[in-house]
Design a protein around this ligand. Structure first.
Ligand SMILES: C[S@@+](CC[C@H](N)C(=O)[O-])C[C@H]1O[C@@H](n2cnc3c(N)ncnc32)[C@H](O)[C@@H]1O
Length: 227
């Protein structure tokens, strides 16, 4: 019950929805689990990992992450929606980290057709991020999925310290925020603790279908965090 008390709004519902699906050894089985794709959805281990109603939000996140051009890191490939938007921008290099083998295979197909050079790293970001050098990135788009109960609606928080290490001065971090219109005090505290103080955002209108198991609001915040 600890975490749910932080969400005295509609996110309490999507928190409970995920608890019902279950988190038993989810991280342990994620890498080799079957990835169930439809045209508009991706489910892994019964979890609603990605849905195409996020299209315009992914477009906004990609625009934010690529504002400086240069080398862009994307964490989590999913349906490849944000990856496609990143490739529409003028960038030098697109690095993707993806944990699930079958999703990684889709990312390889994507890379073979991409305009700008793509490097794909297989594995959890927690295990692979050290392959990337300090201050080597111009932008980061982080969009994974909570694999543990304590990470529901806040799986980006642990990544902030790595983003601080990896971005060049002036580099931009954005991510699936789990915020409806503004940053919660806890969210700002996590960013501050990682060394970020230039914290802005844009509210994005979205239209998730009734019963969506991970988001039920008509807005979601697109963070613009500048190092
Ligand atoms: C929400 S989807 C990404 C959606 C993507 N932005 C899009 O536009 O389609 C999350 C992806 O992150 C991957 N993932 C989950 N946890 C991860 C982790 N710790 N490290 C790397 N990838 C992870 C999942 O396998 C999944 O493919």
């Amino acid at each position: 019950m600890g975490e749910i008390n932080n969400f005295i709004d509609i996110r309490a519902v999507t928190y409970e929805e995920r608890i019902k699906i279950g988190f038993d050894n989810l991280r342990g089985i994620w890498k080799s689990a079957q990835a169930n794709f439809t045209d508009n959805t991706l489910k892994i281990c019964g979890h609603p990992v990605m849905e195409s109603w996020e299209d315009n939000y992914m477009g906004k996140l990609a625009e934010i992450a690529t504002a400086n051009g240069g080398t862009i890191l994307e964490v989590g490939f999913g349906l490849g929606i944000s990856a496609s938007y990143i490739q529409k921008q003028k960038i030098n290099k697109h690095i993707i980290i993806e944990a699930n083998q079958e999703v990684y295979n889709k990312a390889l197909e994507f890379a073979s057709q991409a305009q700008s050079s793509v490097e794909i790293i297989l594995g959890f970001w927690e295990d692979t991020i050290n392959k990337l050098a300090d201050e080597s990135l111009d932008g980061i788009l982080f969009d994974t999925y909570p694999l543990e109960v304590d990470d529901i609606h806040c799986n980006h928080f642990d990544f902030f310290k790595e983003a601080q290490r990896l971005l060049r001065s002036g580099g931009i971090l954005t991510y699936y925020s789990d915020e409806i219109i503004d940053f919660s005090p806890r969210h700002v505290a996590c960013l501050n603790k990682a060394g970020f103080s230039n914290i802005q955002g844009k509210i994005c209108s979205v239209n998730p279908p009734a019963g969506c198991q991970y988001w039920q609001s008509n807005t979601i915040l697109a963070p613009i965090i500048i190092k």
